[in-house]
Design a protein around this ligand. Structure first.
Ligand code: GDP
Length: 303
């Protein structure tokens, strides 16, 4: 039953062992892939944050051509992993780099999702790859965020443009564009506010930032990255929907995949929105940003 199924955030490797009621150390048992088993599979997938629609679709794909066959847990796991990797393959895309300089990357997301950290990690990665990077601390309402971004900028060896607390983020973005263009920067990463309490304000703030940077380059921003926290589970779906209304989201970064959350929600997001997943956060250190690898992800998810 559903109550017996551990939620994704607590799912441990081997969670499919429940299907046979035996651990992998015991002799291989095969079970018929019948309605009962498919239902259990569905429940496991739903419990792993995959969302009902996606879980049903994935289960249907698994059943196709295999219904009534005898399968071991290992075989099911393998089929499931392949199925999940197949859903994820098309969205696994590193941040595209354009010849435009500076390439402007607007970073959006709710407070606490890991925007600041992700910007620091991205800055460090691109700097290491020989790119000239500038950061704009566009969340001017949170002094702590600005300070934190400065710390990351120092670590990465990348200049961080700031403005006094409470000042207009769009004016900072404009100044940052000017500086990035003057300096011949390859990449400008712009942090933004993540206060969803007043969406109309946030929408106006984001669109104003876009308007002013377009005065300097009408093709900017070239990417709008939405940062999502893996531990928020199904709430990530709402966040994507909300931010798609506020900004022209072009890709995702999912943070905190180093914890207990295995990010089953990403399957749901891939299925629903098809937005590219540019990177994943796998820790709090500067190098803890990894490309999204569908097979590795599917293997971790199925345990
Ligand atoms: P912001 O409010 O969106 O700018 O979020 P921050 O970048 O300040 O991150 C919020 C918290 O999440 C901080 O404590 C970060 O260290 C932590 N964090 C961010 N990314 C990751 C990650 O990939 N893994 C882990 N474990 N923690 C992360």
């Amino acid at each position: 039953s559903l109550e017996e199924v551990a939620p994704a955030s607590e799912a441990k490797p081997g969670f499919l062992a429940r299907l046979t009621g035996r651990s992998s150390a015991q002799p291989v048992v095969k079970r018929v892939l019948d309605d009962d088993m498919l239902e259990q599979l569905e429940e496991l997938l739903i419990a792993s944050d995959m969302g009902v629609d996606t879980a049903l679709r994935v289960t249907a794909n698994i059943a196709e051509g295999r219904f009534g066959k005898r399968l071991s847990t290992q075989e099911i796991k393998q089929i499931l992993a392949t199925e999940i990797a197949r859903v994820m393959e098309p969205v696994a895309k590193p941040l595209p780099l354009y010849p435009t300089t500076p390439q402007v990357v607007l970073v959006v997301g709710v407070n606490g999702s890991g925007k600041t950290t992700t910007i620091g990690k991205l800055a460090s990665q691109f700097k290491s790859a020989g790119k000239k990077v500038v950061i704009a601390a566009g969340d001017t309402f949170r002094a702590a965020a600005v300070e934190q971004l400065q710390v990351w900028g120092d670590r990465a060896g990348v200049p961080v443009l700031t403005a006094p607390e409470g000042s207009d983020p769009a004016s900072l973005a404009f100044d940052a564009m000017t500086k990035a263009q003057e300096d011949g920067a390859d990449l400008l990463l712009i942090d933004t506010a993540g206060r969803l309490q007043n969406r109309a304000d946030l929408m106006e703030e984001l669109s104003k930032i876009v308007r002013v940077i377009r005065k300097k380059d009408e093709t900017a921003p070239h990417n709008t990255l939405l940062v999502l926290d893996a531990t928020t589970g199904q709430n990530a779906v709402n966040q994507v929907e909300t931010f798609q209304k506020l900004a022209d989201v072009s890709g995702l970064v999912m943070t905190k995949l180093d914890g207990t959350a295995k990010g089953g929600i990403l399957v749901s997001l891939a299925d629903k929105f098809g937005l590219p997943i540019h990177a994943i956060g796998v820790g709090e250190q500067i190098d803890d940003l990894a490309p999204f690898d569908p097979e590795e992800f599917a293997a971790a998810l199925t345990g």
